[in-house]
Design a protein. Structure first.
Length: 271
């Protein structure tokens, strides 16, 4: 329930009070006296916003299945604690098989560290309940040109060797009815990167997730990355990188739109 000043002519004023905090330093505290008619007052407590949207994640996961670009997964029925326990136990066995002494204080906690890293950090994107909350607003301003988010960090792991994929993503869309908060694009890229991946599927998943959320095909995704399965093992090529792209709608059908996107991206790549 919102309340406002009963005096329509009331003007808010403030004074600054110096207050000594627990560390012996002075904090400046602003005290508001009075209120303007437009001052937002709400009796409901303001709670920290949730950064995940499990319901949206479930719908996006189903959409990716329908499009044939979902990550191959099975239902384990395990909660996160059970996953960590099993991973730690089995990774300890791998270490012992390699001849490592787990009684050494430097190695003793490594299985637990790896288990926590897998479940909570580098593979959290395997769980659709961790899908980021994606705030959209109505495109009341009628913006109809492309929105480009460049140089988005991509840190993933190759599903063939479980070693690092390290690169950047460039994502663009042309708004129709909805505009997406910019940081949400970064979070969507991060979510799909945080799972064992191949770059082609990662590109497709980002594209279709944005297509679902924004209800448009006018989307472009380009990723260029170094694969440590190529760089640190096998052929050991430290110079090559991999570029993948997925274009839809105007980016695919309109050469001028496609060229504008590519020029914007190439300006970053070549910088």
């Amino acid at each position: 329930m919102k309340s406002k000043s009963s005096n329509p002519n009331a003007i808010s004023s403030s004074i600054v009070v110096n207050k000594i905090n627990g560390n012996g330093f002075h904090d400046e505290v602003v005290v508001v006296n009075g209120s303007s008619p437009d001052l937002y007052l709400d009796d409901e407590p303001v709670r920290r916003s949730q950064k995940t949207d499990p319901e949206l994640g479930k719908r996006v996961a189903q959409f990716l299945l329908e499009k044939g670009v979902a990550t191959p997964q099975i239902e384990t029925g395990l909660n996160d604690d059970e996953k960590r326990t099993i991973i730690a136990r089995n990774f300890a066995e791998i270490m012992r098989t390699l001849g490592l002494d787990l009684s050494d204080d430097s190695l003793a906690d490594t299985p637990k560290r790896v288990a926590q890293m897998y479940v909570d950090e580098i593979f959290f994107g395997l769980d659709w309940r961790n899908f980021p909350k994606c705030t959209t607003v109505e495109n009341k301003m009628g913006y109809s040109s492309m929105v480009i988010e460049r140089n988005i960090n991509v840190q993933s792991n190759c599903e063939h060797h479980f070693v690092i994929i390290d690169g950047r993503a460039h994502v663009a869309y042309i708004p129709k009815k909805k505009v997406l908060g910019l940081s949400k694009i970064n979070r969507i890229v991060e979510y799909f990167a945080k799972r064992p991946q191949i770059q082609e599927r990662l590109t497709e998943q980002i594209f279709y997730a944005l297509s679902y959320i924004l209800d448009t095909e006018d989307i472009a995704v380009l990723i260029h990355a170094k694969h440590y399965c190529v760089k640190s093992r096998g052929v050991e090529d430290v110079n090559s990188d991999t570029v993948t792209s997925k274009l839809g709608g105007a980016f695919l059908l309109n050469s001028a739109t496609r060229s504008e996107f590519m020029r914007a991206v190439n300006g970053v790549v070549n910088a």
